[in-house]
Design a protein around this ligand. Structure first.
Ligand code: PRP
Ligand code: URA
Length: 209
């Protein structure tokens, strides 16, 4: 089973409270989503492999560490995942970015894929799939199915708020994928929204409702 980690650093908890507030407007919501993603990227990248290289400091020759291993691609699930991309790119500026567009049918809660555009070498990259919300888990499972079909194998799923139902569904479907969230909430309501959650992440991020 992949790793499941709640990244509950005090700064992250504080910022999450800001965006959970129904009176938080689009501008602040967008800024703070980016800030949380930026903070989470430290932890998500903690196991990146290092190798020794020899360098010369102004004082002496010295063996020091440098990143090695697979390069990263960030894959936001549209729309809301877009809000997390720039915060992660600040830490990993050489990452490529692929997009997968999914929307959840409001009645059935079933996801539908409407767009996909990926870097050509995703089979050779560590993928960070990002979406603020892991609710039923349907969208995350479909996104990862789609990426695996195209050759991806090394994936981490990064969200801000997860429901227990979504975590279980994702773990059952893709036990090889590590899951990172800033919060594990109580439950889903009858409409498939996370409670207490933060509402509709896409609408709040882009001001569409
Ligand atoms: C939201 C959210 C996730 C999905 C989570 O997107 O950003 O992608 O719902 O729900 P699930 O775990 O039950 O599948 P939505 O479909 O509302 O699209 P949007 O980002 O374009 O608003
Ligand atoms: N999608 C959202 O944007 N919010 C939820 O609470 C559940 C799914």
């Amino acid at each position: 089973m992949g790793k499941f980690q709640v990244i509950d650093h005090p700064l992250i908890q504080h910022k999450l409270t800001i965006i959970r507030d129904k009176d938080c407007g689009t501008k602040v919501f967008r800024e703070v989503v980016g800030e949380i993603a930026n903070l989470m990227a430290y932890e998500v990248s903690r196991d990146m492999p290092l190798e020794d290289i020899e360098i010369e400091t102004p004082m002496t020759k010295s063996i020091q560490k440098t990143l090695t291993g697979k390069k990263v691609a960030i894959i936001p699930i549209l729309r809301a995942g877009i809000g997390m991309v720039d915060g992660i790119l600040e830490l990993i500026p050489a990452a490529k970015v692929g997009h997968i567009g999914l929307f959840r049918d409001e009645e059935t809660l079933e996801p539908h894929e409407y767009f996909i555009k990926l870097p050509e070498d995703i089979d050779n990259r560590q993928l960070f799939i990002v979406d603020p919300m892991l609710a039923t888990g349907g969208s995350a499972v479909m996104a990862i199915d789609s990426l695996k079909k195209r050759g991806a194998s090394n994936m981490k799923f990064v969200c801000l708020v997860a429901a227990p139902e979504g975590v279980k569904t994702l773990q059952d479907a893709h036990p090889d994928v590590d899951i990172y969230t800033a919060a594990l909430d109580e439950r889903l309501n009858e409409d498939g929204y996370i409670v207490p959650g933060l509402g509709d992440a896409g609408d709040r991020l882009f001001g569409t409702k």
